[in-house]
Design a protein around this ligand. Sequence first.
Ligand code: MG
Length: 711
Amino acid sequence: MAVRYQANKMNEDSDLMYRLLVQSVEDYAIYMLTPEGIIANWNAGAQRAKGYLSDEIVGKHFSCFYTPDDQKKGWPAHGLETARNVGRYESEGWRQRKDGTQFWAHVIIEAIREAGVLIGFAKVTRDVTERRQYEQQLLAAKDLAEANNERMTALSQFLDTVIANIPSSVIVENAVSREILLVNRQAELLLGMPRERMLGKRPQDCLNQGISDYLNKQSDECLRAEGLHKSEQQLITPIGERILQTTASMISGSDSQTSYVLMIADDVTDQHAAHARIHHMAHHDNLTSLPNRVLFSQRLHEALKLSKLSNRLTATLCLDLDNFKSVNDALGHQIGDELLRGIAKRLRFVLREEDTLARVGGDEFAIVLPNLPYLEKAHQIAQRLIEAVKPPINIEGHSLTVGLSVGISMATGSEDTPEHLMRCADMALYEAKRNGRNRYEVFRVEMDEAARKRRDIELDLRDAITGKQLRLYYQPITDSAHNEIIGYEALMRWNHPVNGLIMPLDFIHIAEETGLIHSIGAFALHEACHEAASWVGEQTIAVNLSPVQFKNSALLSVIESALTESGLAPHRLEVEITESVLLDNNHSNVTTLEKLKALGVRIALDDFGTGYSSLSYLRSFPFDKIKIDKSFISDMHDSREALAIIRAITGMSRSLDIQTTAEGVETDEQFRRLKEEGCSLFQGYYFGRPQPSESRLTGFAPVDLSLQCAQ
Ligand SMILES: [Mg+2]
């Protein structure tokens, strides 16, 4: 009995101890549920975990610990069901405390049976929120590490692709061992070797000596020169002789002890060739391959610098071909171009090695003669150039002759600039052409003055056209009876606001050079026709045409409109042309003359006997009239030759039935002799001076009577 009591006592004590133990556990919520899920007891851990006091919760259904969402999903019933069926249910999930806050719980529900009958459930819940957080951080870190790893792999592959495709050759060596560690595709092509045969080897162990020496030199220089070395060098490679522009730089590895040499080599061979071509094109003339104006200026500049140091002379020559344009116009550009090439060769042949011959325009050349011992040397060379051009040159069956005019300027002082010398040589060239071409002239200061004057006249002439300063004066023409005025020649006068009256001789050649002659000529035609139409009577009106006007295809329509607008009968208009219009058998000019003649306009050959003077011109076109130049009239008295020429002209004209006008008749004696020689018309101060339309001479006083009165 005592033993039994003792055993019962021990059992009771053990239960008590066990209950006390369970109740005092604070880290775990441990409590019992009835088979229906009603909370049967509560321990300190449960109170701590869920915030309920024992009195508040015992007797309630345990589902109140679940979130409304989980309750809706039936999780509490599922837990009990599982434990009932398999004896144990274990899971993790969110649970709610009394105050509504949540925690992550690890839950075990265990079924308790006595003699096979379910008497309830033991429920153990632990707050594992912190552990879960830690686990989740670990997971995130793992994901991040994996993502980074993928990114690094992708980046590495990307870099490999980039390096492989860089159009430059890329080679990386270990800075100490000099083993080749990286070779891209371009470097394989340049070195003519697959990378497998180079990687891990030093250049001298796998490449030919020339190339390995080159690579080793780049590395040496780079390491010597604080980690960077640039070079450009020609190298014989398996793909031929190439110019390489190489940059070698030192790069440090991840640890401080390892460093590498990165070499990037660009093949600049083609670039160099293109530069050379562009340079040549920028400095040379395409047609002749001679230097152009740009290179010419540089050479002249250099020559001037040298001459200052050496006390030797420098000459600048401007050259212009005479008659080139007519060859070009008549035979076409192709032959013109060939001619230029041929002439260029001849010119070059005359010159010394150190001289520069340049083509600076269509048929214009320029020469620098540096290092001359004396002035006359330049003259000798100029003369030799003229002689070299003279002989006919044969191109495609045409025997072509052109002339050469040369202007020379000598550098005289430190103020000489290339531009100034060119300008001076150009003025001397102008003078050479004015003095009859096929010759040279040396620049003199007066030429500058004359050029300035020409420029002033040119500027003033433009104002003159717009400012109505140009007027026509009319000089009478009579016949041998000297009874009436049968016509007038219109002569232009410039009434300059400052310089007074200016004669055609002083401005027409400038108008011709500048092209202003076209407007001036059109004005003269319109004005003369207009004024003549207003006169009483049927006198003819003669208007001078410049050869330059024939270059303008509008000439014919200008004359037509002058006639139409004025209403002047075409047969009253006479145009005076000079022989040069017919020079070189110019067909288009002859066609223009024929069209004029067809209009009814009369054509006179002016200043006959001067210039090229060939009687054959008289046969080349059916002129209505020939005007004998006044120089023959004034010389006639003293010169048998002058008289002979007059006689030849009048004789020829008679036989061709052409009228002749003697110009510049000043005395009764001249008039008498010219009548005897058979001249048909007369003009000169003896009969009347040129006057404006309103005050022009309209008739003659009886001559003999007036002379008798005077005597
Ligand atoms: Mg005339």
